[in-house]
Design a binder for this molecule. Structure first.
Ligand SMILES: Nc1ncnc2c1ncn2[C@@H]1O[C@H](COP(=O)(O)OP(=O)(O)OP(=O)(O)O)[C@@H](O)[C@H]1O
Length: 624
C-alpha cells in the first residue's frame, strides 16, 4: 500500500487518482463529501414505475391470479358483514312489526362468523403469497444490479466512492421491499374496497352517500400541498443517509491512517455532524408525515358528523332505517381507512421512486469498455506486444500518455520506471483494456486489442497489483481465485514454486486458515507471495505486475525475487518496478516522464548514458 496515496485521499480537494483534479464535488464543513446522490426533486415518473413493476412479471402469471382471488374474496366478505348487521337490527332485533326473531339473529351471527373465518384465511394466504412475490422481486433486482456493477468499467468506479455503490445495493433495494411485499397489493385492495364501498353507499341511500363522499375531494385538495413537502423531506432523508453510508465505508477502510494521524476526534466530529443532519431531516419528514394522518381523521370526523346529522333527518323522513344507518356508519368507517392508507402508500411510492431512480441510474450505466459487435476471440497469445503512438486521457484535455511507442518481443520482461504520476500504471491499465486508448494502437500478436473479445483477452493476462487484494476466505480460496477449477495439489504446487508453502504451513490451519478481508493478518511480503501464487496458477501468457514499494526485510526480498523469476519465466511481462534487483534483470527498461518515454534500454546501457535513469537509481541509493 502506498501511504502517500492514502493520505492524499484524506485531504479535502486533494488531487489523487480518484479525484485527479483535486476537484471538490461537495464540501460539508472542512471535509470532502461525495454529493452524487443529492438530487432532491424529480418529477413523478410513470415509465420508471412501469419499469420497476416489470420485475414482478415473471411471478405475476403464476401467483397474481391467486392473490387477486384472495383479495376479492377478502373484500367481499369484509363488505358483507355490515349488511348482515343492518339486517340483524332491522329484521331480528327491532323489526317494524315488533316481532323480534332470535332464530334469524342466530343465523345472521353464524353467517357473520363464517365470513370472518373466510376473510381471515383469505388475508393470511394473500399475505403469504405477496411476501413470496416481494422477496423474489427484491432478490432479482439486487442480483441484476450486482451483476451489472461487476461489468462496469474502471472509469465508473473512478468517479464514485465504493460506499455510494454499496448504498444502492443495500439501502435503495431494501427500501423497495415494502412496496413489493405489501404496497402494491394493499393499493389494489384499497382501490377495490373504495369502489365497493361507494357503490354500496349509493345503493343504500344515494343522497346520504353523496353527502359523505363529497368530503373526499376537499381532503385531497388540502393534502396535495402537504404531499409535495413530504416527498421532498423523504428524499432529503435518503440523501443524508446515503452520505453517512458512503462516508462510513471510507472511514472504516481508512481507519489505520486515521489512527496513525490521530484524526479520531476530527472524524467523530465530522461523523456527528452528518449524523445530526440525518436525524434532523428524519424528524422533519416524520413530523410532516404524522400531520397527514390527523388531517384524514379530521376530515373523516366531519364526514361522520354529516352522516349522523343527515342520517337522523332521513330516518325521521322514513327514507332510512336505523339498521341501515348503522351499516352506513360501518361502511364509512371502512371508507376512511383505505383513504388514509392510500396517502401513506403515496409516500411509500415517493420513497420507492427516489430509490428506483438511483438504482436505474446504475443499471443504465453502460460499461465503457465492451466488445465490438464483430469482436473475435483472442487466440492463444504468444506475447508480442506493440504500442504505436499511444495517447491516453483520463479526462479530456489532460493527457496521461502522449504518444508512446514500444515494441516488446514475446517472453521479454519490461520494467517501467519513472517519477510518480509519470504514467506507469496507466500503461498497464491500458494493456488489459481497463480503459480504451484515446489515440494510437495497442496490438498483441498483431491484433488490435479493441478488436478481440474482452474476456478472451483478459483471461490470458495476469495482473498482480501493488495493493494485493486478499478476499475473506481461506488461503486456499485466495490462491484458487487465479483458476477456479484448480485442484488442491495444483494450489500447493504453485505455492511451493513461489516459496509460499512454508509460511502457509506455519499458519494455524495451513491452507484452510481463514484470512479476514484484505488479509490483515498476513505480512506485506506474505500477501505478495500469495498473489504471485494466484497469478502462477492462472498461468497467463502476459503478466502485469505493479511491484510493492513497501520495504521488506532482505530475506523476504530474496524470496520474492526468486518467486518472481518463477513467475516471469516464459511470459511477456510488464513490471512497474521499484526494486533495483527487479529492474536490473529486465530485458528492457522504459523510463517515463510526464507521459512520455524519456529513455529506453537495459540497465547497463542506461547507466552508461548517465541520464534520467541514472539519476533515479542514484537517488534511490542516496535515499537508502
Ligand atoms: N483514474 C484516474 N483518473 C484521472 N486521472 C488519473 C487516474 N489515474 C491516474 N491519473 C492521472 O494520470 C497521470 C499518470 O498516472 P499514473 O497512475 O499512470 O502514474 P504512475 O507513474 O503509475 O504513478 P505512481 O508511481 O505514483 O503510481 C497522473 O497525472 C494521474 O494524476
Amino acid at each position: 500500500m502506498n501511504p502517500a496515496a492514502e493520505t492524499n485521499k484524506q485531504r479535502p480537494g486533494a488531487a489523487n487518482k480518484n479525484n485527479p483534479k483535486g476537484k471538490t464535488p461537495g464540501v460539508t464543513g472542512e471535509r470532502f463529501v461525495y454529493q452524487d446522490d443529492e438530487v432532491i426533486e424529480k418529477p413523478f415518473n410513470w415509465s420508471q414505475l412501469t419499469r420497476l413493476f416489470a420485475y414482478m412479471k415473471p411471478y405475476a402469471k403464476q401467483m397474481l391470479p391467486l392473490v387477486l382471488l384472495m383479495m376479492v374474496l377478502g373484500t367481499i366478505t369484509k363488505l358483507t358483514v355490515p349488511f348482515l348487521t343492518s339486517q340483524a337490527i332491522d329484521k331480528a332485533i327491532a323489526p317494524k312489526d315488533g316481532n323480534t326473531s332470535l332464530t334469524l339473529l342466530y343465523l345472521l351471527t353464524a353467517a357473520a362468523l363464517v365470513l370472518y373465518i373466510i376473510q381471515w384465511i383469505a388475508s393470511t394466504y394473500r399475505i403469504r403469497l405477496t411476501n413470496i412475490i416481494g422477496q423474489r422481486v427484491i432478490y432479482d433486482l439486487r442480483s441484476h444490479l450486482f451483476q451489472h456493477i461487476q461489468k462496469l468499467s474502471f472509469n465508473f468506479f473512478d468517479k464514485r466512492p465504493a460506499g455510494s455503490v454499496l448504498v444502492r445495493i443495500t439501502n435503495d433495494v431494501n427500501s423497495l421491499q415494502e412496496l413489493f411485499t405489501n404496497g402494491v397489493v394493499n393499493l389494489m385492495i384499497d382501490c377495490v374496497q373504495l369502489v365497493g364501498i361507494v357503490v354500496i353507499l349509493m345503493l343504500i341511500n344515494w343522497k346520504l352517500g353523496l353527502a359523505v363522499v363529497l368530503t373526499v375531494p376537499i381532503m385531497f385538495f388540502i393534502s396535495t400541498k402537504l404531499r409535495v413537502k413530504i416527498r421532498r423531506a423523504w428524499q432529503e432523508v435518503r440523501m443524508k443517509n446515503s452520505r453517512i453510508n458512503s462516508h462510513l465505508n471510507e472511514s472504516i477502510q481508512g481507519i489505520r491512517v486515521t489512527q496513525a494521524y490521530t484524526q479520531e476526534q476530527e472524524n467523530i466530529k465530522f461523523f456527528d455532524k452528518m449524523n445530526m443532519d440525518s436525524k434532523k431531516s428524519w424528524d422533519r419528514a416524520s413530523t410532516l408525515n404524522q400531520g397527514f394522518g390527523p388531517l384524514i381523521e379530521i376530515t373523516g370526523g366531519i364526514g361522520t358528523l354529516i352522516l349522523f346529522w343527515f342520517g337522523a333527518y332521513l330516518i325521521q323522513e322514513g327514507q332510512l332505517t336505523v339498521g341501515l344507518l348503522v351499516a352506513f356508519s360501518s361502511y364509512v368507517g371502512n371508507f376512511w381507512e383505505p383513504i388514509n392508507r392510500l396517502g401513506q402508500m403515496y409516500n411509500q411510492l415517493l420513497v420507492a421512486m427516489a430509490s428506483s431512480e438511483r438504482i436505474f441510474e446504475f443499471i443504465d450505466e453502460k460499461p465503457h469498455i465492451d466488445d465490438k459487435p464483430n469482436a473475435r476471440p483472442m487466440p492463444k497469445i504468444t506475447g508480442d506486444i506493440k504500442l504505436e503512438n499511444v495517447v491516453f486521457e483520463y479526462e479530456k484535455g489532460r493527457p496521461a500518455l502522449k504518444g508512446i511507442n514500444l515494441d516488446v518481443k514475446a517472453g521479454q520482461t519490461i520494467a517501467l520506471v519513472g517519477h510518480t504520476g509519470s504514467g506507469k500504471s496507466t500503461i498497464i491499465n491500458l494493456l488489459s483494456r481497463f480503459y480504451d486508448i484515446t489515440g494510437g494502437k495497442i496490438t498483441i500478436d498483431g491484433l488490435d486489442i479493441r478488436d478481440v473479445k474482452l474476456d478472451t483477452l483478459r483471461s490470458q493476462i495476469g495482473i498482480v497489483l501493488q495493493d494485493t487484494f486478499i478476499f475473506s476466505g481461506t488461503i486456499r480460496d485466495n490462491i484458487r481465485f487465479g483458476r477456479l477449477d484448480a485442484t488442491d495439489e495444483e494450489i500447493e504446487e504453485v505455492a511451493k514454486a513461489v516459496d509460499a508453502h512454508e509460511f502457509i504451513m506455519k499458519l494455524p490451519n495451513g491452507y484452510d486458515t481463514e484470512v479476514e478481508e484484505r488479509g490483515n493478518m498476513l505480512s506485506m511480503g506474505q500477501r505478495q507471495l500469495l498473489s504471485f501464487a494466484r497469478a502462477l496458477l492462472a498461468d497467463p501468457r502476459i503478466l502485469i505486475l505493479d511491484e510493492a514499494t513497501a520495504s521488506i526485510d532482505t530475506e523476504t526480498e530474496l524470496k520474492i525475487q526468486e518467486a518472481l523469476k518463477v513467475l516471469l519465466k516464459g511470459r511477456t511481462s510488464f513490471i512497474v518496478a521499484h526494486r533495483l534487483s527487479t529492474i536490473r534483470h529486465a530485458d528492457k527498461i522504459v523510463v517515463l516522464d510526464h507521459g512520455e518515454i524519456k529513455e529506453e534500454g537495459n540497465h547497463q546501457e542506461l547507466m552508461q548514458k548517465q541520464g534520467t535513469y541514472h539519476g533515479l537509481i542514484e537517488a534511490q541509493f542516496r535515499f537508502v
